[in-house]
Design a protein around this ligand. Sequence first.
Ligand SMILES: Nc1ncnc2c1ncn2[C@@H]1O[C@H](COP(=O)(O)OP(=O)(O)OP(=O)(O)O)[C@@H](O)[C@H]1O
Ligand SMILES: [Mg+2]
Length: 240
Amino acid sequence: MTTTALNLRDIHAFYGDSHILENVSFALGEGRLLGLLGRNGAGKSTCMNVVVGLLPARGGRVEVFGTDITRLPPEAIAARGIALVPQGRRIFKSLTVRENLIVAARPPGPGSRHAPWTTDTVFGMFPRLAERRHQYAAHLSGGEQQMLAIGRALMANPRVLLMDEPSEGLAPQIVADVMATIRKLKESGLSIVLVEQNPRLVLDIADDIAILNSGRVAVVSTPADIEREALDLTQHLGVY
Ligand SMILES: Nc1ncnc2c1ncn2[C@@H]1O[C@H](COP(=O)(O)OP(=O)(O)OP(=O)(O)O)[C@@H](O)[C@H]1O
Ligand SMILES: [Mg+2]
């Protein structure tokens, strides 16, 4: 049986009085990649914010490798091996590439099996960043900034990596590079949630798919089942 790396159970989340997530449940198996799909405003980033503790859930439970993390502060959740590559990258533009990586470093948490990430191993994965290690992050291209955002998350030595729309705003060739990186990370054994609006980017890399629609889970499936059953993605995702 596969170990469950991340489990959301009946999550309810609010911004003020607005009930944004209703009964959201999905699970990510260890070493698997879950594609979390949904159109603009469906609640994907809100889900990620709940998992990393930036928005405390008002109901339900989040478990990481079987441990309840629902009420933990973000720092303690990060220490359990969860890292988020946030939507819009959010790197420190006034720091250099290398400094962005160094400030994010944290020792591996319990149960980590991967050799700890260092600036050198991140630079090995992203040679473009190695060339620019002493440049300010503000001067990087969008693709390089995305690589830095991923590298920064890796410096925290996560067991579960959450990636919120890493392809957003990037040219197709750069998106292909980012997807190749994600594939390598999956092959290294990381458990990954890949948030996307575009199903084409995830259907050939994901093991499992969850689709959010208006803050509820509309579909939990696999890419194969979605294709076999010719599931009507346009119903939940708009036209692609
Ligand atoms: N800080 C906030 N305060 C109030 N409402 C918010 C806040 N952030 C998001 N929302 C609302 O919560 C809902 C879900 O937003 P969320 O950002 O989770 O969607 P999303 O699926 O990530 O969309 P996108 O693909 O555009 O990033 C939307 O209706 C949005 O307007
Ligand atoms: Mg979002």
